[in-house]
Design a protein around this ligand. Structure first.
Ligand code: HAM
Length: 421
């Protein structure tokens, strides 16, 4: 039997969990305080949903989806991202009849069959936001501000906001023609993937990470010069709003994103890691997606960040996360009567919302005191046969090494006071 987690997946061990909790709490708090509500969507959806949303000619749909037939021979796919599922849910539940905008956030695992490497996994977590029903540029700026500020709340310093506009389907068509004309002259120098992209998805030529393709891209025409008046004015307004709230950005004409549903504003948050895996997250407007999925014309914008990559960035910048002390009390018990009294007191404390760690399977005083020390408990409760018989407990202040014997009934109150000190 193979005892290893599948390639590209990993366990999130107890040591790691404080980072994940801190991260989730920061996201949740910011989202709720900005009027977002949580949504959970299924981990698998119909394959068609992802094909139609993300686009047939994208890396995700061409090579990275975990697709399978269920026992009724329906083609299902493990979600490679959330946006498609969230749009489906918005339409299915008629959320367009609610007052707009509808603002949703999410957090959970997604799956992409890619070549695993540092920062790139086959199962990874995303957190994200989607805003439906508003097309004004101030909404773009508001979402970008929320995302930027979450990274600042996490105390990340070495990040940058990359921003671009990829226009609307009309202005993008003209641009695509120019782009193909530019690259076709140098087709032989392109990598095999880009040769295919030239026909199927020319915008993606711009963010190929192959060295030669990158070099060819330097002289490529820039979409910003081809935006129609409406798209141009939308983009200028987004930038003005960002200036207004002092969010620094870098204009990046190559930021076209890897999913087909985008229009107008695209943006990413980058960390400092060199190479392809430096995007901590990305997003943009996708005003046409609801209609493509057979719904109404609903403007929308969203963002998703990679949780592992962001936590790796926290570690790289050596950012300390808030210390947690979930069990400030440790129960040390000796003998059957001591154990029974201890069990009772520990439950009473937990019911009063005071965390208690214990080692009820152990008998040795020394071993239990050692554990109490290791868990960083502030107070140890010691109950032996003698204390049980007298209906008392010993409370030990672990820092000062001072201990007192108190009546069993008074123990909870005394512990609460000791913890407040
Ligand atoms: P995405 O750029 O495909 O966008 O993914 C967002 C983030 O997920 C990336 O920036 C990265 O941090 C993380 N990520 C992607 N692939 C991997 C991987 N193999 N291993 C680890 N982390 C990864 C989307 O998914 C869009 N749905 C974002 C969006 C929401 N657009 C509008 N609304």
């Amino acid at each position: 039997m193979n005892l290893q987690a599948p390639k590209g997946t990993k366990d999130i061990l107890p040591d790691e969990q404080p980072y994940w909790r801190h991260f989730y709490r920061t996201v949740e708090k910011s989202a709720l305080k900005s009027g977002f509500e949580k949504i959970d969507v299924p981990i698998f959806e119909s394959t068609t949903l992802f094909k139609q949303s993300i686009g047939e000619a994208t890396d995700i749909v061409e090579k990275e989806m975990y697709t399978f037939l269920d026992k009724s021979r329906n083609s299902l796919t493990l979600r490679p991202e959330f946006t498609a599922g969230v749009v489906r849910a918005y339409l299915e539940h008629g959320m367009y009849t609610l007052p707009q905008p509808v603002k949703l956030f999410y957090f959970g695992p997604v799956f992409r069959y890619d070549r695993p490497q540092a920062g790139r996994y086959r199962e990874f977590y995303q957190f994200g936001f989607e805003i439906f029903g508003e097309k004004q540029p101030i909404i773009d700026a508001q979402l970008i501000t929320l995302v930027w500020n979450i990274h600042k709340k996490l105390k990340l310093k070495n990040i940058s906001l990359q921003i671009n506009s990829i226009g609307c389907p009309e202005c993008r068509e003209n641009y695509k023609k120019e782009l193909v004309d530019y690259y076709i002259l140098q087709k032989e120098k392109l990598c095999p993937d880009c040769k295919r992209r030239l026909r199927r998805n020319p915008l993606r030529l711009l963010d190929c990470k192959n060295e030669e393709c990158l070099e060819l891209g330097i002289g490529a025409p820039q979409i910003i010069d081809y935006l129609c008046d409406d798209c141009n004015s939308h983009f200028q307004s987004v930038l003005e709003y960002l200036d207004e709230v002092s969010i620094p950005y870098e204009l990046n004409p190559k930021l076209v994103r890897g999913l087909d549903y985008y229009n107008r504003t695209t943006f990413e948050i980058w960390g400092t890691k060199k190479g392809a895996q430096n995007a901590l997250g990305g997003g943009g407007r996708y005003d046409g997606l609801a209609k493509i999925l057979g719904g109404k014309d609903i403007p929308a914008i969203g963002y998703a960040g990679g949780v592992e990559r962001t936590i790796e960035a926290l570690k790289e910048e050596e950012i300390k996360i808030p210390a947690e002390q979930n069990a400030p009390v440790f129960l040390v018990q000796l003998g059957e009567q001591g154990r029974k009294h201890g069990l009772r007191l520990a439950e009473e404390l937990r019911n009063k919302n005071i965390g208690v760690a214990d080692a009820l399977g152990k008998n040795s005083l020394k071993a239990q005191m050692k554990l109490a020390d290791k868990t960083g408990a502030k107070v140890a409760i010691i109950i032996g046969q003698r204390e049980a018989a007298k209906n008392t407990v010993i409370l030990r202040d672990m820092k000062q090494g001072v201990q007192n014997e108190v009546p069993f009934e008074k123990a909870a109150e005394k512990i609460r006071k000791a913890l407040k000190k």
